[in-house]
Each structure stands twice: as C-alpha cells, then as structure tokens.
Write a protein that binds this ligand. Structure first.
Ligand code: HEC
Ligand code: HEC
Ligand code: HEC
Ligand code: HEC
Ligand code: HEC
Length: 354
C-alpha cells in the first residue's frame, strides 16, 4: 500500500479516506460511548478510571468514544504509530482477526470489579457476558457471529438495542388464554445471545392494566426479564460486594410463558425494554426517552402486533398483516426455537457468586 499518513489523528483522520466506514461509525453507539446520556449519568454516580478505559479509545480524545483504532490497530504492533513505514497510517489487524468474535469479547465480556481501599480487584461475577452468551448460542447450533449479525455488508453503524425497529423485531409476543386465564408467550427472534444482553441493568417488564382504566398509574408490572443484583456487606472484612439474586433474561430458543391476572373484562398489556435500572428511572438524571421504549402492546386475546386477519383472498396467509408472524418469520422463529436450550441451560441457570 502506498497511502500517506493521516494529517488528523483519530477517527476523522481515517474518515478522510474511508468515508463509508466513518459515516456508519459516527452514527454508532461506539462513537457515542463516552458521551451518551446514560453513560454520563452512570459515570457521574460512579466515576472510575475503569469506566473510561473501556468507553474511550486509548490516546484519542475522550469525546470520540470507541474509535477506529480500538478495533483496527493490531495490539501486537507496539507502539502504535500514525506514520508507519509501510505507508498506511497504522499497523492494522488482519482481516481474519477482525472477523473473529474474540475482537468483540475484549470489551463485551468482563467481570464486576470490587474496589477495596482504592485498589481494584476483579470478582467472578460477570458484569457483561455477551460473548459467553454467544458461545452458548453457538454451542447450541447457532451459526452467526457478532460481525455477521451486527455488521451486514461491513456496516459500521452496528445496530443494537438503541435501534428501536431492530429491537421491536427481536421480540415475538403471542397473547392467548386458556382455562387458567390470559397469558403471553415471549421469545427473542434472531438474537445470538441473551435478550436483553449487554449492560447489566437492562431489562424487560411485562405490564397490564384493566382495559377500562386508561390512567398511567393503573399499569402493574407482572413480570421482569433481566438480572437482579443486591449489595451485601461481608461480615468479616466489612467490604460491600455485589451478588446476583435473579437472572431471568430470555435465552435463544426458549420461549417464556407469563400468566396474567385473570380479571373480569379485558386486559391491556405492554412489554417495555428498559436501558437502565429502576434506580436510574427514579433518579431522573436521564430523560425518559433514553430510559425505556414500549416494544409491543395489545389487549389479551387480540394482540395488536400479531392479530390474524380473515384471509383476504385465496392462499393469503391470515398472518400476512403481522410482520412478526408472517410465514417466513414464523419459519425463522421455529428454526430459532429449535436451536435448543441444552447448552444454554447450564450458563443461564448458574447462580452467580461473588
Ligand atoms: C490517505 C488515505 C488513508 C487514510 C488516512 C487511512 N487509510 Fe485505510 N486504507 C487506505 C487505502 C488506499 C487502503 C487500501 C484499499 C484497498 O485495499 O481496497 C486502505 C485499507 C484499509 C483497511 C482494509 C485493510 C484490509 O485488510 O483489507 C482498513 C481496515 C483501513 N484501511 C483502516 C484504516 C484506519 C483505521 C485508518 C485510520 C487510523 C485508515 N485506514 C486511514 C487509505 C487510507
Ligand atoms: C467496534 C469495532 C470497529 C470499529 C470501532 C471500527 N471498525 Fe472498521 N471494521 C471492523 C470489522 C469487524 C471489520 C470487518 C468487517 C468484515 O470484514 O465483515 C471492519 C472493516 C473495516 C474496513 C474494511 C471495509 C471493507 O469492506 O473493505 C475499513 C476500511 C474500516 N473498517 C474502517 C474503519 C474506520 C475508518 C473506522 C473509524 C471511523 C472503523 N473502521 C471503526 C470493526 C470496527
Ligand atoms: C444472530 C444474530 C446476533 C448475533 C450472533 C449477535 N447479536 Fe448482538 N444483537 C442482535 C440483535 C437482533 C440485537 C437487538 C436486540 C437486543 O437488544 O438484544 C442485539 C443486541 C446487542 C447488544 C445490545 C444489548 C442488548 O440489549 O441486548 C449488544 C451489546 C450486542 N448485541 C453485542 C453482540 C456481540 C458482542 C456479539 C458476539 C459476541 C453479538 N452481539 C452477537 C443480534 C445478534
Ligand atoms: C474497545 C472496546 C469495544 C470493542 C472492541 C467492541 N465494542 Fe461494542 N461497544 C463498546 C462500548 C463501550 C459500547 C457502549 C456504547 C454506549 O455507551 O452505548 C458498545 C456498544 C455496542 C453495541 C450497541 C449496543 C446497544 O445497546 O445498542 C453493539 C451492537 C456493539 N457494541 C457490537 C460490537 C461488536 C459486534 C464488536 C466486535 C466486532 C464490538 N462491539 C467491539 C465497546 C467495544
Ligand atoms: C470492559 C469494558 C467496560 C467497562 C470497564 C465499563 N463498560 Fe460500560 N459498557 C461496555 C459495553 C461493551 C457496553 C455496551 C453494552 C450495551 O449497550 O448494553 C456498555 C454500556 C454501558 C452503559 C449503557 C449505555 C447505553 O447507551 O445504554 C452504561 C450506562 C455504562 N456502560 C456505564 C459504565 C460505567 C459507569 C462504568 C464504570 C463503572 C462502565 N460502564 C464500565 C463496556 C464497559
């Protein structure tokens, strides 16, 4: 290669020659890793060097977040230089390494730290474990990689939970009723790890209210999918430590049935995705629209997202109006569901220790 060194350091410098990658990256969560409101609020409560080290690229300006060099500079090429003799600005990772999920593991899998008298010690409670969750999905027969799902055609936007359309398409909900009353069946669709994954506070709530009571405070949470933590005090050392007290995330291939209260009359339900914890929502440091989004809603017995319509014509599927349950979609769902829960059971049922 005979290209000249970038005059400007950082992502913009690479972007001068790699416009498409730069444009995608700039719209990505990676570019906003150090500036998004939820991170800033979290960092305000717990301002640790540890956070900065992972939410920004070494050597770049903090506002840049996870820049090009975090993923592209070959860590073996120490020290990284912007004027490599070969002509290209930096010694780059080989393509095969770029496509390996191990690249993503570096930041998307880590333990919960304990800070003892200022010193950082890693506990064995996973703080994020998207990579292990992906390994379980793969071991159960899943064939996609982080890159094949998150970077179709090399797209650096890396859509994830902040993309509401993708998020809504990732959850299938079927409302039904039997002798014991109304119920919802929830399953993740096309997700190669737990749902939710990523940040430890992310969770889903299933909420209901009587159809005749449209007040916002009539909603009741009847189930929660996510991880739950508690801070305890070690009686001997008097150090505070975190334990995981529940883990109810949705696992690929394992639908979850949620029983709804059998009330007289119709029940309205909704499923919400929460980006932060219940505490974040009480604290009010972050605007509501950055904290949760409604993924699906309906009335029991006639879910709005997937209500079958009488067939419009010969051969037309009654599910045609329901994207989540079109024929192709339900075939895909069945394939997903058959990715079995054998290998995943062990991982997800593990009760965390500290
Ligand atoms: C002066 C222009 C220029 C700058 C600045 C530049 N590149 Fe490149 N880059 C190129 C050219 C030209 C190629 C070769 C294109 C090809 O092989 O198709 C290339 C190739 C690449 C490739 C593909 C390598 C492969 O294995 O196929 C990557 C990844 C890359 N650059 C990343 C970066 C990063 C990250 C930066 C900033 C640190 C950067 N580039 C800065 C011009 C530039
Ligand atoms: C979070 C990791 C990550 C970040 C950040 C990142 N990239 Fe990439 N990039 C990748 C991966 C992974 C691939 C390989 C995709 C593939 O081959 O399927 C890639 C591929 C590329 C390619 C080759 C594209 C092609 O198809 O030939 C270029 C050029 C590139 N990146 C430039 C950049 C630039 C410029 C930035 C910053 C503006 C950047 N990347 C930021 C992970 C990243
Ligand atoms: C089979 C496709 C698929 C694979 C494989 C996959 N993802 Fe995802 N991922 C998704 C979809 C779809 C979403 C959006 C729904 C959601 O938020 O879970 C998502 C969401 C995420 C999120 C947002 C957190 C959240 O709320 O769930 C992160 C972070 C993430 N993926 C990282 C990764 C990493 C890292 C890997 C590899 C170790 C990976 N993904 C593998 C499809 C995939
Ligand atoms: C250098 C660390 C680092 C590497 C390497 C990295 N990520 Fe990330 N990633 C982050 C951080 C930090 C965030 C959170 C940004 C924020 O604050 O929202 C993130 C966010 C994401 C999101 C958005 C999650 C959401 O909630 O929507 C996806 C998707 C994602 N990463 C996928 C990947 C994939 C795929 C790879 C590997 C190709 C990868 N990341 C490599 C640090 C990294
Ligand atoms: C080893 C890497 C690493 C460390 C250390 C780390 N994070 Fe993160 N963080 C991530 C990744 C990867 C994500 C993306 C997962 C997701 O979007 O769900 C993320 C996501 C977040 C989010 C959610 C952002 C969003 O847009 O929804 C917050 C808030 C956050 N981190 C705060 C912190 C704070 C505060 C610290 C320090 C106490 C910290 N992180 C330490 C890697 C890290």
């Amino acid at each position: 290669m005979t290209v000249q060194a970038a005059a400007t350091p950082g992502a913009q410098g690479c972007g001068d020659c790699h416009g498409a990658a730069f444009a995608g990256w700039r719209a990505s969560a990676h570019a906003a890793a150090a500036t998004n409101p939820l991170y800033r609020a979290g960092f305000r409560v717990e301002p640790r060097r540890f956070c900065v080290d992972c939410h920004t690229s070494a050597g770049a300006r903090a506002e840049e977040g996870i820049g090009c060099s975090s993923c592209h500079v070959d860590p073996a090429s120490a020290p990284p230089t912007t004027t490599a003799a070969s002509g290209h600005p930096l010694a780059l990772r080989a393509r095969a390494d770029l496509r390996d999920p191990a690249l993503c593991r570096d930041c998307h899998e880590f333990a919960t730290p304990a800070f003892e008298g200022g010193a950082l010690r890693m506990t064995d409670l996973p703080m994020q474990r998207t990579y292990s969750e992906w390994l379980a999905y793969r071991d159960a027969g899943g064939r996609e990689t982080c890159q094949s799902c998150h970077m179709p055609g090399g797209d650096h936007t890396m859509r994830g939970a902040r993309d509401v359309e993708l998020l809504r398409g990732s959850l299938a909900v079927i409302a039904s009723a039997d002798a014991r009353g109304p119920r919802l069946t929830l399953a993740s669709v096309g997700v190669g790890h737990a749902f939710p994954s990523g940040d430890l506070f992310r969770h889903l709530t299933v909420e209901v209210r009587p159809a005749g009571d449209p007040q916002e405070d009539a909603w009741r949470v009847v189930d929660r999918m996510g991880r739950t933590f508690e801070t305890r005090l070690d009686g001997k050392t008097l150090q505070a430590y975190k334990v995981e007290t529940a883990d109810t995330v949705l696992v690929p291939g394992t639908p979850r049935v949620v029983r709804l209260p059998p009330i007289r009359g119709e029940l309205v339900w909704r499923v919400r995705y929460h980006y932060g914890s219940e505490r974040d929502e009480r604290r009010g440091l972050v605007p509501a629209e950055a904290l949760f989004v409604t993924l699906a809603t309906g009335t029991v017995g006639q879910s709005r997202r997937c209500e079958p319509r009488p067939s419009a014509g010969q051969g037309a599927s009654p599910w045609a109006a329901c994207p989540a349950f079109s024929r192709a979609r339900s075939r895909r769902l069945r394939a997903e569901l058959s990715v079995g829960s054998r290998a995943t059971a062990a991982l997800y049922s593990r009760s965390a220790s500290r």
